[in-house]
Design a protein around this ligand. Structure first.
Ligand code: GLN
Ligand code: ZN
Length: 649
């Protein structure tokens, strides 16, 4: 998902400190006052440890196992006092990953201990997004009361039903999709439940969503502008609850009353309508998809291309640039809002955005950057902006989903064949290029990232949808290069985070993700330089794939991990050019010249100058101009000093 969290850093766990459960108590009592007896959800201790880091940067978080479990015991004891019986759900999504394999002993130990904290506790352990076969087998040997499994994204969970049945535990059957928005096929869901009930006795089954509903928008109720047909194919969180209730009633009672029966029929009709709709089909796209192999052809070898590019642009080693966006000031946001609300007309809007671009280009010229960007002022979000311009994609008015803290995104809803009715970025890139003699990087979001950060249709393989988006991006690249935009960046911020949790599913993802990138960029001439950018990720295990993406330049977010990451590129003999971020844009702190200089020197110990670009580690949109200007100045000056010292240029 596009959900991100602040990674807990473990260093010292103060055992003397008492547990503060007042937050849980307040929520619990509020629910009780509404006549609900709630269960209490916690992140399970093993997932907590697996997703934390040590403050010294190491991953040895399980060294804290004893202390963390002891804190959980203390917390559960405090929670057990809230009521006569207290039900606690521990979310353990880590059980749906390959890591579960090595965690058996700890799962056994942790959940045996947590169940023993107090006699009035009922413990459920829930996982999602894939199967949890290894953990399920272990959990069945502990005193936990219930196990929650995802039967939408982890159908392999069916294989452990026998074990669950023998253990006598409750099964929380996640059969309704909790992370996508398409209406359920209730008939199919009912058969799935019946199939489960052949193994696990009905009275021990609880009908549920496949995961928490936090990844869905809140409700469809307030969507007034959405296409009426498409709206019937959707369910947001509240509507999911209705589905669960309806399905559960049918499953347990066998019969439905007239009103419920009518709703069931309605669901059937909506599914039929979606299947047979002409709205989801685009013949031109289908025709192109028939020839998709043709679009997968590789570019000429990198060594040949890069020489032509050096000739064309003549940039020096350690070329300076940025990742694309510049500060989204209040004025910028107000302009977009005013246009969207119809308060200013298109001509006024265009003039104002042009003004921001002019200022941005002037600023970059002034600080002395060598490859410029237009600043992305016309974009609300790197995915939403493209989604809004593609056919086959719908938008909600209020479909916000939490992404990070209080930051939310409104994911595109890809409901049909995707195509590009008109150029999406050409106008702005062309204008920006007209303002400077320096290369102006075109700025696109890659197909894989658009896919991973959207609600994707579930009636065809994701790969196919991804190829369709890739073709649209391909056409945009071609338009840009024909207009003289010689450097084009295709952002793949979500490339790594889209990787499946299970090793055996990785290859298929990798193949179509890679192919999609190449379908888009394969249209580039030798002299067109393709850049890509990836946000903070662990690249160690995907370095071959990154190489195979065959971009000419990749900028990556390394500022927070020193140059260890870069060593991986060196070890694997990575040949293309790399811009490792030299400072962390997520902090308002302005890095000094000396600091960046030292950072560049450290990079030079690993890779030759000719292979290196110098840039911040991500887009600057969340920073303020007062921070950005001096930081970039320092970066440019640091490069000047290093070049002088090494006799470059
Ligand atoms: N080009 C985008 C920007 O600069 C990239 C954002 C990202 O990597 N998340 O904002
Ligand atoms: Zn980034």
């Amino acid at each position: 998902t596009n959900y991100h969290y602040l990674v807990p850093l473990l260093d010292r766990i103060d055992e003397g400190r008492s547990i503060d459960a007042s937050h849980f108590a307040a929520a619990y009592h509020l629910a009780k006052s509404e006549e609900i007896t709630p269960k209490i959800n916690l992140v399970g201790p093993l997932t907590f440890l697996a997703n934390a880091k040590c403050s010294d940067g190491s991953d040895e978080t399980f060294a804290y196992y004893e202390r963390v479990v002891a804190r959980y015991e203390a917390l559960l004891l405090a929670l057990s006092k809230l009521d006569d019986r207290v039900t606690i759900q521990c979310d353990e999504p880590i059980f749906a990953t390959d890591r579960a394999e090595g965690l058996g002993l700890l799962i056994k130990d942790a959940y045996t201990r947590l169940c023993r904290v107090a006699p009035n506790l009922t413990l459920h352990v829930v996982s999602y997004f894939d199967h949890a076969s290894e953990a399920t087998k272990v959990l069945c040997t502990t005193p936990v009361a219930g196990i929650g499994l995802d039967f939408v994204y982890g159908i392999e969970n069916l294989q452990t039903l026998e074990t669950i049945a023998q253990s006598g535990k409750q099964l929380i059957a996640g059969v309704i999709d909790g992370r996508n928005i398409w209406i359920s096929d209730l008939d199919a869901k009912l058969s799935l439940l019946e199939r489960i009930a052949e193994v696990v006795p009905k009275e021990r089954i609880v009908v549920s969503s496949s995961c928490s509903l936090q990844h869905l928008p809140y409700s469809l109720r307030f969507e007034e502008k959405m296409d009426a047909q498409i709206k019937q194919w959707l369910t947001f969180a509240l509507e999911r609850l209705e589905e669960i209730a309806l399905l559960s009633r049918h499953f347990f009672d066998g019969v439905l009353d007239a009103k419920a029966q009518a709703r069931w029929e309605e669901n059937r009709r909506a599914n039929e309508a979606r299947k047979n709709s002409s709205q989801i089909r685009n013949d031109a796209v289908q025709a192109r998809m028939q020839e998709i192999e043709r679009y997968k052809k590789a570019r000429t070898p990198f060594e040949k291309r890069i020489n032509k590019q050096h000739e064309r642009f003549g940039y020096l080693p350690l070329c300076t640039t940025t990742i694309g966006s510049f500060p989204q000031s209040d004025a910028v946001r107000q302009t977009r809002r005013a246009y969207k609300n119809g308060e200013i007309d298109e001509a006024t809007y265009i003039e104002r955005i042009k003004g921001f671009i002019r200022d941005c280009v002037a600023l970059q010229e002034e600080v002395g950057l060598e490859v410029l960007v237009h600043g992305e002022f016309e974009r609300n979000d790197m995915v939403e902006y493209f989604g809004e311009q593609l056919d086959g994609v719908a938008f909600s008015q209020n479909g916000w989903v939490q992404s990070y803290g209080s930051r939310c995104v409104k994911p595109p809803i890809i409901y049909g064949d995707v195509s590009r009715p008109a150029p999406m970025t050409l106008f702005w890139s062309r204008y920006a290029q007209s303002l400077s003699n320096k290369p102006m990087k075109g700025m696109l979001t890659g197909a894989v990232t658009i896919l991973n950060w959207s609600f994707v249709r579930d009636d065809q393989p994701r790969a196919e949808t991804c190829y369709q988006i890739a073709l649209a991006i391909r056409d945009e690249i071609d338009d840009l290069q024909k207009a003289g935009i010689g450097m084009i960046q295709v952002d793949e911020a979500a490339f790594k985070e889209g990787y499946p949790l299970r090793r055996e599913k990785r290859e298929a993802y990798e193949r179509f993700a890679l192919e999609s990138f190449r379908i888009s960029t394969g249209v580039a001439e030798d002299e067109t330089q393709i850049h890509t950018h990836m946000c903070y990720s662990e690249f160690d295990d995907i370095i071959e794939t990154i190489e195979a993406m065959d971009a000419d330049v990749i900028s990556i977010e390394t500022a927070r991990s020193g140059n260890t990451l870069l060593k991986v590129f060196k070890q694997k003999g990575y040949r293309q050019e790399i811009g490792p971020g030299v400072y962390d844009i997520h902090s308002p702190r302005i890095p000094s010249i000396e600091e960046i200089e030292a950072q560049i020197e450290a990079l030079l110990e690993v890779l030759p100058a000719r292979q290196l670009w110098i840039n911040p580690d991500c887009g600057l949109k969340t920073r303020r101009e007062e921070e950005v200007k001096p930081a970039l100045r320092h970066m440019v000056e640091a490069v000047r000093r290093v070049r002088q010292k090494h006799g470059i240029g």
